[in-house]
Structures are given as structure tokens and as C-alpha cells.
Write a protein that binds this ligand. Sequence first.
Ligand SMILES: O=C(O)C1=C[C@@H](OP(=O)(O)O)[C@@H](O)[C@H](O)C1
Ligand SMILES: C=C(OP(=O)(O)O)C(=O)O
Length: 483
Amino acid sequence: MPAQHWPAPVATAPVTAIVALPGSKSVTNRALLLAALADGPGVVRQALRSRDADLMVAALRALGAGFEAIAETPAGIDWRVTPGPITGGASIDVGLAGTVMRFVPPMAALADGEVRFDGDAHARKRPMGPILDALRALGATIDNDALPFTIRGPLSGGEVTIDASGSSQFVSGLLLAAARFEKGVTIRHAGPPVPSQPHILMTVQMLRAAGVSVDDTEPDVWRVAPGPIAARETTVEPDLSNAAPFLAAAMVAGGSVTIPEWPLNTTQPGDVLRDLLTRMGATIELTPTGDGTANLTLTSPRTGAAAGTPTGTDTDLGTGTGADIGTGASIRGGTDTSAGIGPGTGTSAGAGGGEIVGIDADLRDVSELTPTIAALAALATTPSRLRGIAHIRGHETDRIEALVTEINRLGGDAEETDDGLIVRPRALHGGVFHSYADHRMATAGAVIGLAVPGVEVENIATTGKTLPEFTRMWGEMLGGEDR
Ligand SMILES: O=C(O)C1=C[C@@H](OP(=O)(O)O)[C@@H](O)[C@H](O)C1
Ligand SMILES: C=C(OP(=O)(O)O)C(=O)O
């Protein structure tokens, strides 16, 4: 659905849908890179096809790895990956992919010549300094502190101290290639807390599965011993962060959404949706299927109600106590309420889903969930405070500023804080919701549009970063065609 302004469909009835999600961007891009650095040919099954994943494949090919598609199904693509000598002379396009701009340079520092990196206009603004400084400290030569840059090895490895408070990807990027450095690596973090810790654990677990020795027993210190990265066969889990807008849809529209193959054991931050959305009023059930996964079903707080007007003012965020304002798994029952459109004159949801409860949540570890949670907060009946996420100003766009601007543009009441945002209930109206080339802004606009007629998402095609089929899947979930 390539239209520049995508009229977000309004939910006119509760949803009942099973939504099978393609593979995780984070797992796919780690698995592909590890396969390219491995000691023999390997297979990555059910890999994501998307802009970020395609950029990773192109980057690794440019550095000498071979990729052969051995099967392609709706679940993803199976790649046979044949590592080769790491070749210099390449020019690598990182697009806007954090996983490409932070994970590939350490490998490029092992190439037999210089490698040039560049990306989208906004990619040049994303923080790179700490990882480039670390690579310099480990032996590489780099001509800039942000994109575009050229990197030249050799790089011997050793010990390095970095401030990774801006992105966990600085740590993951160094760890992924570290076993191939002559001396391995010891990374010490010094600075404010590192965000997105589950993503670092994902890196550590995937390295260990490939036979790499990683010591992470000391907080904020990671030690990787030099040695081979074992060739293996990996199967990519569904992308749980991309489950977020679909699960949110059931909260807004009413009804239920089921995500099959939800891994029972996972390092994906999306697993925390079970807690967050329960606190916002949903009921979530995991039904194991006996293969290490489950069907996850989210049921709206209430289903099929007519739209109405919530009061939405019973909780005050201004006390500064830091206490959670979420009401746990509580479900407000009884009377018909709207999908959380605040008091006032705004339009109301066609379907009238459940009453969404605001949340006070530290999202530092799961910050990529922020846009969806903020969209729900804009439809909630009580205020929300999302905190611990100062670093998301360096994501695909400044997500704090973008979310506040776009929610307020639709008549909402959102405010930036030092480390996140506050969203208070207020009636929303239609208008253009800008995506800032950010896939998760685009899907946040789609979530709001379910309840607010007249929302048009600018550049919905940007969802192709991690979910190229988004509009088709959204339309199917709502029981119609691609809209
Ligand atoms: O390593 C990864 O796959 C990711 C780490 C996180 O980055 P930050 O630590 O910069 O938040 C996350 O937000 C991003 O979507 C994916
Ligand atoms: C922050 C994100 O992406 P990236 O991997 O580009 O950092 C994201 O997907 O929310």
C-alpha cells in the first residue's frame, strides 16, 4: 500500500483475528551476521524479509559472504550462508537500520581493505560515537564520528570502556564480532544505565549457542574469548515487538487477537507486552502448544461496547511519587465506554473497544515498545507516564518529540519529560499523523486511527523497515482487504 497518506481504517466492529507474524528483526540480523562470521556454511531459517534484513544481507554480501535462498514461505526466507574471507573495498548502505549501522562496522574492521558506510539522511544523526571510539581503541582507523565514515583495520581487540547509555547496540555490535578479534574483547560500560538489556542478553545467548565463550557475570562488563563462531542452523522467532500494534488493536476495537508461535522462552523485549498490556486493562492468555511456543490471545477489557465518554481524570500523575499508576490486571467493567477517547468533543470509536487504563512504566529495557504504548495511552481513560527512555531520542527519529507532536496534533494532551513522556486523556480528532520515516510511528498512527475517524498516516510504507506486509495484515485483521 504505497499511498503517501494512508487513511487509517476505523474499527467498526470488534476484531477476532489470528495474526501470524514474520521473523524478528533483531534475531534475524544477529543470526545472519553470526552465520557470515562462522567457521563454515550454515542455515538461517524463517528469516525476516524487510528493509532492515535486506540491508543486512546486502552488507554481508558486500563483505564477502554468500547467501542462497533455499526456501521462501509466508513465515520467511531460509538462507544458506557461506562465509568467505572478509573483503574490503565495499560501500555499505545502512539505511536507517540500527542493527546494520552498529553491528556491521566491527566485522568491517576485520576486512582486508577499507569499508565505507552511509545511510539515510536521518541515519547520519543517530549516535555512533561510542562504538566508533571503541573500534579505534581496539586498533581500527575511522575518519568520522557519525555516518558517513570509512573504517580500516586491522583490529586486534583487547579491553575497552564505553558509554553505552545511548544504545545497547554499541555493546551488541562489539560482542557479535569479538570472538574473531585476535585478543577477543572486554567491554566495560561507564555511564548512565544501558538501555534495552534484553537485547544484550539476546546477543550473549546467540553467541553462546554458536560456541562462543562470553562472561557477563560482572554487571556492565562483557568478556568474549577469541575463537571460532560455530556454523549452525538457526530458526528465527516471530517478531514480538511487531505483535504490539496488533495486540493493541484488540484493546482499542474490542474482541481478541491471537498471535501463534509465541516463544515461551525468549530474550525479545516484546514478551514484556504481556505485562504492560495487562496493566493497561487487557486479559492475556498463553496456551502452550507443546513445541516450546504458545498461542497468545489478548482479549479486550470489554468487547463490542458502543462508544461513549470516559471520565478519565481519576488519577493524577503530578505527585512525583514514582509509584505505578497502572491498576494491574484490573478490568473496569459495567457500563459502555469508548475506546478511551477523553472527555470533550472528539470523535468516538466505531467499535467501542475496552476501556484502556493509563500506565506508569519504566520502558528502558523495552523501549522499542514505546510508540505502541504511547498510542494506547492517548486513547486511555487515565494518564500515563512513560519513563527511562531518554535514549529513544536517538532512534529512527526523536520518538519522544515525534509522539508528543503527533498526539497533540490530533488534539491530544501529551508532554515531553527529560526521560520520556506524559499522556493525559483528551478527545482526539482526525488529521495527518506523521511517521518521520519511523515504522513504529506509522503503526502507532494506525492504532490511534482505529478509534479516531479521519486519521491519515503519512508514509505508511515506512513499515517496510521491519514489516512490509503491515497494511495487508492490518486489513485482514479487521476483516477486510488492504485499505
Ligand atoms: O539490538 C537490537 O536488535 C535492538 C536494540 C535496541 O536498541 P537501543 O538499545 O538503541 O534501544 C532496540 O530498541 C532496537 O529496536 C533493536
Ligand atoms: C529502534 C529500532 O530500530 P533500530 O534497530 O534501527 O535501532 C526499532 O525498531 O524500534
